[in-house]
Design a protein around this ligand. Sequence first.
Ligand code: FPP
Length: 171
Amino acid sequence: MPTSLPRHVGIIMDGNGRWAQLRGQPRIEGHRVGADSVRDVTRAARQVGLEALTLYAFSSQNWARPADEAAAPMQLLRDYLVDERPEIMDNQIRLHAIGDLDRLPALVREPIDALCRDSAGHTGMTLTLALSYGGRESLARAARTLAARVVAGELAADAIDVDALGQALPT
Ligand code: FPP
């Protein structure tokens, strides 16, 4: 067991397509192997005692892929959520999702919503899935939230500081 650990690890799931192409396989095969490795990483993170693991699994920019290459990760994500549900529930993992979740198809949105709701009271590791997520998109959304509060008279424009911005961000 490690003697000192970071509290929070973030992993950007990138390179799946290149990994497969280098092996002469279809890019979608890279996504399948990538999804399998998520199972191993999540298990290892819980076993070593991380407080939080964030997986940047699908970016806002990934929607620009050809339709079949955007669809494959969605099906893999659904399979992951369905298969890992017992492990998440039995091990007190709290699932959290960030990003523009409204863009996700129902086949992903439904198991995510259910698992986020059902695991909300868990006190073990927090597993955050960043889906349809972009750093700049996230900042733009936070800016809209703060602007709406200013317009509503709830917040003074000059009270927007680092803390206020931080609280408006999804993480
Ligand atoms: C980037 O690789 C990765 C993706 C576009 C999708 C990754 C998501 C999954 C495999 C879904 C499963 C997720 C979980 C959390 C189980 P890339 O194609 O951009 O690789 P490249 O940089 O080589 O082109």
